[in-house]
Design a protein around this ligand. Structure first.
Ligand code: 8YV
Length: 317
């Protein structure tokens, strides 16, 4: 008999959706007009949940799914699931660890290059037809070099390491911070975040947000300084956004490349008009390659969890 699986966010790979549809009774909550009524009527039958990394699942919803056997997070950040709560209920929670590393690291480098080299204003200048109107070289200001800049990485998990590998190829000296030093890395461990920011020209956030909310505040941005850039491909809530807006407005830092925000899809309006800021709509893992690999891991987790086995890599059971 097919299990009932509740999907909280869209999956954009048709082949994954086809597999889900062939294996399970799929219920896509985001398509239901009255979500609350649907849960009330059908919540008892749901055995599996698929959700996104930054959207997770509320404990109140877990409570309304009494037959739940597995929560498959289609992402690597599990900060939006209360793991202790899921554990107390004996529900396995899985993530797609390793499936998106390369693409998230690629986007970090893309944001670094885009902000340093002012690619967006340059692109707009040409597309507006301004180049022919102002063909002299001074019409757009000089940008900044990325190669050789001191890069500080906050969070040396899989993604942080992949960013370090890429930045090293640009000749960037790399320092990092994390909960502890890692002996297998050739880079310098700087335990103090303010010191790391002071020694960095580009500060890249690649940390899990579970225990690190608001760590990037006015003091850290001050230490990063007027020639420094902030890149965030991790979680918006790592940053005190009003401090970031203030730092950008006052030229405390040079610019920022942001894929993630504290209250997505809401972006602080002040950022929208800033040339020194590049914004993305939480797209670091949004490639066919990553999303297909992630989808396959979700399928594997569901298969194991619904069969009553402990899914590989479960964080809770
Ligand atoms: C996704 C993410 O955007 O992996 C994560 O934690 O935030 C992103 O990869 C999201 O989880 C897609 O469902």
């Amino acid at each position: 008999m097919k299990s009932h699986v509740l999907q909280l966010n869209p999956i954009l790979v048709p082949a994954i959706n086809d597999k889900l549809d062939s294996l399970y009774h799929m219920h896509r909550l985001f398509e239901k007009e009255d979500k609350d009524a649907w849960i009330r009527e059908h919540g008892d039958a749901v055995e599996g949940v698929i959700t996104g990394g930054h959207t997770g699942i509320a404990n109140t919803l877990i409570d309304r799914l009494p037959a739940l056997k597995v929560i498959a997070v289609n992402g690597v950040g599990t900060d939006a699931v209360d793991l202790a709560y899921a554990r107390s209920k004996g529900i396995p929670v899985t993530g797609t660890f390793g499936a998106l590393t390369e693409d998230v690291a690629d986007l970090a480098i893309a944001l670094m290059l885009t902000v340093c080299r002012q690619i967006c204003p340059g692109n707009a200048f040409v597309k507006r037809g301004d180049w022919v109107k102002h063909p002299h070289p001074g019409a757009i200001p000089l940008s900044r070099r990325l190669s050789g800049k001191h890069v500080g990485i906050v969070g040396m998990g899989k993604v942080g390491r992949a960013i370090a590998q890429r930045a090293a190829a640009f000749g960037c000296p790399i320092n990092y911070t994390d909960l502890r030093a890692m002996d297998d890395l050739p880079h310098r461990f700087v335990p103090d975040l303010i010191q790391l920011a002071r020694e960095s020209e580009v500060l890249v956030l690649a940390a899990a947000a579970d225990k690190a909310q608001g760590i990037i505040n006015a003091a850290v941005l001050d230490a990063l300084g007027r020639d420094g850039y902030l890149i965030n491909i991790a979680r918006g809530k790592l940053v005190v956004e009003r401090d970031l807006v203030d730092a950008l407005e006052r030229g405390v830092i040079a610019g920022a490349g942001l894929d993630v925000f504290a209250d997505e899809p809401n972006v602080p309006p002040a950022l929208l008009g800033m040339d020194q800021v590049v914004l993305q709509a939480h797209r670091a893992s949004a490639t066919v390659e990553s999303r297909t690999a992630m989808g396959e891991m979700v399928l594997a987790s569901l298969a194991q969890g619904l069969a009553g086995q402990r899914p590989d890599g479960s964080l809770t059971t």
